[in-house]
Write a protein of this length. Structure first.
Length: 116
């Protein structure tokens, strides 16, 4: 089993920046194990934000390209999401995701609120 715990969400003004962290425990995830961020705004379905896996690298939703950056520190078993130039439409609960041995794991989410 893999446990994922997100942190870093808070209220921020439009144009600001945040860095979310997701710490994995239970198993040591390698660069071959995909990790990703999704988000869900009130009344909306959960949507993909960014993913990182070797050897594919990283990919992003069009809505965040150029503003968000996903990275990982395998030594710390942690994935990050650096979010710049935040917009009110980025307001959502952000969820961490990991794919490990054909199983999907999710964190509990962290709230990001962007005020205009």
């Amino acid at each position: 089993q893999v446990q994922l715990v997100e942190s870093g969400g808070r209220l921020v003004q439009a144009g600001g920046s945040l860095r979310l962290s997701c710490a994995a425990s239970g198993r040591a995830l390698s660069v071959n194990d995909a990790m990703a961020w999704f988000r869900q705004a009130p009344g909306n379905e959960r949507e993909f934000v960014a993913r990182i896996v070797w050897p594919s690298g990283t990919n992003y939703a069009d809505s965040v390209k150029g503003r968000f950056t996903i990275s990982r520190d395998t030594a710390k078993n942690t994935v990050y999401l650096q979010m710049n130039d935040l917009k009110p439409e980025d307001t959502a609960v952000y969820y961490c995701y990991a794919r490990y041995r054909s199983n999907d794991f999710w964190g509990q989410g962290t709230q990001v609120t962007v005020s205009s």
